[in-house]
Design a protein. Structure first.
Lengths: 388, 308
């Protein structure tokens, strides 16, 4: 009898505490790579999200906000155990992350099956856009196929006859090349895959020169991209248009500098996107963190705005998951990139631009919008997703 | 597959080989003379690059930056020697590997804290910024010729140092039988310090001069370390001559593999299959070479005397 009483009392207290906590506080877990060579990308997500929280006055949706940051170390096994920690120990209401698609595929189940919302500020793996879509998963970025499609479409519209394609020899490299070829109907002079982490590209550059293409399309992320861009410019190949994805962006430009000026990429946004929200975002970001934000930071900032808008819409009632989901799906916030809404699969419908690297008057480097390539584009997997 | 392209690719291979030699020279010296496996050689290379970038920021001159990075790398190497490595010479190789691997983790993280995770930039000095046409549509940067020249001079200087000086004689003797050298009254500890300092400086030099063509970032040494080990194993541990020959061999074979493997396979395979298999085979070639060399000559192509 006594034991029952104590048990009931404890349960009552626990319920009380839980309700109190729900009424006052929202907890967000950030999962991004913060060590190793790719740490700079995770840093952008963390900084972008924190700026979003700051702009909301430290209170997303009017609730006291606490942010727990976890480093996934770019290792799926580490990421899974840290995702479980976030969900089970920290009891977060949202997880924002990760950068890489292989990590996303590892953590999506442990998080969404615990009925916690997962908002990806970058990774957009195709299975999650199609058959594997989840009512608890949203992306503020894009589906992975879309950026290379921008370049393929541009190359096709521009009338380039012959293209030379280069990517590292792993799944993402093949996906990017596939994305480019979707809209490009011209001749493929060659399609070359290099080992991950290759340092010197002399052999590939000589092949490009010998093939004499009208355009060069490349996916070479991180330090490999820095090496390639410098060596491409030094080899005097810069008369061939340089079309790329994730090769010249704000995370690598500080190292590529003048060597990358005039090179093209495809994105939904650039630091010079002309919206009032973006001007404020970029100016405050640079003031706060001392570097030019890239798309990673932008998408994390939008994730913060998204959570803010949804929590406000449900009046801070985080326990009503259905209402919260409906509010998230509305995407009732002003994205810094301009037009933004969610498709049925939780991926955005948005515009894509050709962007080009430029040197700013203050000596820093950034990508800038050249032209719109896709308007209101949805990914091609949404039809396979059963959600409404 | 024109003749000029093959010639250009051979040249590219030579160039990559000399780059590898610059890193491998210090490693083979330390490994050969001191029988010490220094996995941290790669981070010393990284540190050389970072120091050069830092000194470039302070002085604004590329040459001053490299000149300052050399003694700084050496000092840092000696500091590591006194603090960590000295206590490991008597231990077995596994413990050396573990300890120097720890140094890698520590220094990669330290570099990130000091200089940030983002890659840094080091421009090519103006005097070396031109380029010459190598084939139609392809120019070859003069800076790359400078790297080749630097690599060849290091090779020559090391050859003279090891073969024609008194210290060099002791180094060779140390590589053959260190306890005997010690018994003859030579201060082996000091000899080891000199060798280690030189190794650290060579690694730093390699890092500093590749900074303008490669990305300077945390972990940049880890990639090249593996290749450097392949080079010294093929060349024969402790042999400068072996390291040089092996580095050029690895550079040429790797470059030719990457350039022509897929095209060659296409002659008798479907294009899609060739494209899938080619890159995988190409990245294996140097390891196959290593396996063959180890099978035929287990001590490498040019084993140091007394180590065969």
């Amino acid at each position: 009898m006594t034991r029952h009483l104590i048990g009931a009392a404890a349960l009552g207290v626990a319920t009380l505490l839980a309700t109190a906590a729900q009424a006052q506080e929202i907890k967000i877990g950030i999962m991004a790579v913060l060590s190793g060579p790719q740490a700079v990308l995770g840093g952008q997500v963390r900084d972008g999200f924190n700026l979003g929280v700051k702009h909301a006055g430290g209170r997303l949706g009017g609730l006291q906000t606490s942010v727990v940051v976890q480093d996934d170390e770019l290792k799926p096994d580490v990421a899974v155990s840290k995702a479980k920690q976030l969900v089970e120990r920290d009891k977060v209401d949202f997880v924002v992350g990760p950068i890489f698609s292989n990590i996303l595929m590892a953590i999506v189940k442990p998080i969404t099956e615990a009925n916690v919302f997962l908002i990806s500020p970058n990774a957009g793996a195709s299975p999650l856009a199609g058959k594997g879509c989840s009512p608890f998963f949203f992306a503020t970025s894009y589906q992975n196929d879309q950026p290379p499609e921008v370049l393929g479409k541009y190359a096709q519209d521009k009338g380039f006859k012959k293209a030379f394609l280069l990517a590292p020899n792993y799944q993402a490299g093949k996906d990017m090349i596939g994305g480019f070829k979707k809209h490009f109907r011209g001749e493929i002079a060659d399609e070359v895959y290099t080992p991950l982490g290759q340092l010197d590209f002399s052999a590939e550059l000589a092949k490009i020169a010998a093939a004499k293409p009208d355009a060069f399309f490349v996916f070479m992320p991180g330090g490999m991209g820095v090496n390639l861009v410098k060596q491409y410019r030094q080899a005097g190949l810069d008369t061939i248009p340089f079309l790329s994805v994730f090769t010249v962006d704000e995370s690598t430009l500080p190292a590529q500098q003048d060597a990358a000026v005039g090179f093209y990429s495809g994105m939904t946004w650039a630091p010079n996107t002309d919206t009032p929200q973006n001007k404020k975002f970029v100016a405050d970001f640079e003031k706060e963190y001392g570097y030019v934000p890239g798309s990673y930071a932008m998408q994390a900032y939008d994730a913060a705005q998204l959570i803010d808008s949804a929590v406000k819409a449900v009046g801070g009632k985080l326990s009503d998951k259905d209402a919260l989901r409906a509010a998230i799906k509305k995407a009732d916030f002003k994205s810094v990139r301009g037009s933004f809404k969610f498709n049925s699969n939780g991926f955005p419908v948005q515009d894509f631009y050709l962007v080009k690297v430029a040197k700013r008057p203050d000596g820093k480097f950034q990508t800038e919008i050249v032209q719109k390539v896709f308007e209101g584009a949805a990914d091609s997997y949404a039809a396979e997703c059963g959600l409404k | 597959m024109s003749t000029s392209l093959i010639v250009v690719q051979l040249f590219n291979g030579l160039q990559l080989g000399i780059l590898l030699f610059l890193v491998a020279a210090g490693l083979t010296l330390v490994f050969g003379v001191m029988d010490f496996i220094n996995l941290a050689h790669g981070v010393q290379y990284m540190l050389g690059a970072y120091l050069a970038v830092m000194f470039y920021g302070l002085t604004g001159s590329f040459f001053a930056a490299v000149a300052l990075a050399l003694p700084a790398s050496m000092l840092f190497g000696l500091l590591l020697e006194v603090l960590v490595f000295r206590h490991l010479y008597e231990r077995d190789h596994l413990e050396q590997v573990l300890a120097t691997f720890g140094v890698i983790l520590f220094l990669n993280q330290a570099v990130k804290i000091v200089w940030g995770a983002a890659p840094l930039n080091m421009p090519i000095p103006n005097i070396l910024s031109g380029s010459v046409p190598l084939m139609d549509g392809l120019r070859y940067p003069i800076y790359r010729f400078a790297i080749i020249a630097a690599g060849l001079s290091v090779a020559a200087a090391l050859y003279l140092f090891v073969n024609a000086t008194r210290v060099g004689m002791l180094v060779r003797a140390g590589a053959t039988n260190a306890p005997m050298v010690s018994a003859l009254g030579v201060d082996i500890k000091r000899l080891f310090m000199i060798v280690f300092g030189c190794g650290a400086m060579l690694a730093g030099f390699a890092g500093a001069i590749v900074a303008p063509i490669l990305s300077v970032e945390p972990g940049m040494g880890d990639q090249i370390l593996i290749l450097a080990f392949v080079v010294i194993v093929i060349g024969g541990i402790g042999s400068i001559r072996g390291a040089f020959v092996a580095a050029v061999l690895v550079g040429v074979i790797d470059t030719l593999g990457r350039s022509f493997m897929t095209d060659t396979l296409r002659l008798f395979l479907a294009p899609g299959t060739a494209r899938a298999i080619g890159p995988a085979l190409a990245s294996m070639t140097i390891y196959v070479l290593m396996a063959v060399v180890l099978a035929v000559r287990p001590a490498g192509l040019f084993p140091a005397k007394g180590r065969a």
